[in-house]
Design a protein around this ligand. Structure first.
Ligand code: BGC
Length: 358
């Protein structure tokens, strides 16, 4: 008698579990800004898709070509039309999505702003990102320490680069770094020969390596930066693609491992990990896409099963329509001194593969 009861109970449990899983299984729409040659977004898309599918969801993943704003709006409109259960969006333009996202709101589709905040709309339910303002602070502190700004008696020389003007992360990174560096600019202990210090003056379209390279090459020619002429101690670069363009220009101007100015970055792109291990890039921050995808799955599961979403920040990030409840993650700080220990020894990258990169 006990046995059938046990079977009955087990089947009921299995049925219950199945019901919970099937209640959660949903179609998730993902819209990412850039694909071509772009390691960062290709990697995020691949891992997100794998993890969401492993959790039983169906994934519709769209890439907006190469930062094509209009294409992204069309793709999102079509995901909304297909009535996906949740939308994850990393926008090309953080300020131009309001109208398209109104439709999602009308249909009751929750939206998670992924990595980049979406501004000027109350259609956003959550923000999931590594804390970009905090990364800017990290970059600023790194330069402050390495340049010995505290207590310095003679000025240090800096040039500043920022991200794309349509990406709110450009502003968060800039504001974070400036919260540390601005007092030194004011006191004259940090000098920027170009005089270009505002976000607008230093923005690099689409965060492009080539655009950064052209600007750095121009700055070098204009101000005579070189190891034996006009002094340049550091370049504040918000991410790795821009850092790569800057470093390429510095190497072309004759700098080498021993005298290259400190260049900051973000993302730990494979090529930048190589530059870090060669001592050519000074620091980067590692945003582990796997950690972010894990959080995304948790959020989607909670939303689709009607549970409360576990957030860790209520009001640090405002999008113009109000504060957005957020899951903010902390990246690993990687420098040319700790790259082996932080990225190779822990298995994030294979040292030989990195060495073999062109
Ligand atoms: C991301 C960075 C990335 C940049 C360019 C920013 O919004 O936060 O990690 O390097 O976009 O793709």
């Amino acid at each position: 008698m006990v046995k059938p009861l046990k079977i009955l109970l087990l089947s009921a449990l299995a049925l219950g579990a199945w019901a919970t899983i099937s209640a959660r299984a949903a179609v998730v729409g993902i819209s990412l800004p850039n694909d071509l040659k772009d390691y960062r977004w290709l990697q995020d898309g691949r891992i997100l898709k794998e993890d969401l599918e492993a959790a039983g969801h169906e994934v519709l993943l769209e890439y907006a070509g190469q930062n094509n704003e209009q294409l992204q709006l069309k793709q999102i409109a079509s995901l909304i039309e297909r009535e996906v259960a949740v939308l994850l969006i990393a926008p090309v333009n953080c300020d131009s999505m309001g109208e398209t996202l109104e439709q999602a709101k009308l249909k009751g589709i929750p939206i998670i702003a992924y990595d980049r905040l979406i501004n000027g709309t109350d259609a956003i339910s959550y923000y999931l990102s590594f804390d970009n303002q905090r990364i800017g602070v990290m970059q600023g502190h790194y330069l402050e320490r390495q340049l010995g700004l505290e207590g310095a008696i003679e000025p240090r020389h800096l040039e500043i680069f920022s991200g794309d003007g349509n990406d709110s992360n450009a502003k968060y990174l800039y504001d974070g770094a400036m919260s540390v560096l601005a007092p030194y600019l004011k006191s004259g202990m940090l000098k920027v020969s170009s005089g270009e210090t505002s976000l607008r003056q230093t923005a690099i379209k689409d965060w492009q390596l080539e655009v950064a390279n052209t600007r750095m090459t121009t700055l070098i020619a204009k101000h005579g930066y070189s190891s034996h002429r006009s002094r340049l101690d550091a370049v504040l670069s918000p991410n790795d693609s821009i850092a790569q363009g800057v470093i390429k220009a510095l190497l072309a101007a004759g700098y080498n491992q021993r005298n290259i100015p400190l260049v900051t970055g973000l993302d730990c792109l494979p090529k930048s990990v190589k530059l870090l291990s060669e001592g050519l890039q000074a620091m980067s921050a590692f945003k582990d896409s796997k950690v972010m995808a894990k959080e995304a799955v948790k959020m989607v599961n909670a939303i689709t099963s009607g549970q409360e979403v576990d957030i860790n920040d209520l009001d640090s990030y405002h999008n113009g329509a109000g504060p957005i409840p957020a899951v903010l993650l902390t990246p690993l700080m990687v420098t040319r001194d700790n790259v082996a220990h932080t990225l190779f020894d822990k298995g994030y990258f294979n040292e030989q593969d990195i060495k073999n990169l062109p």
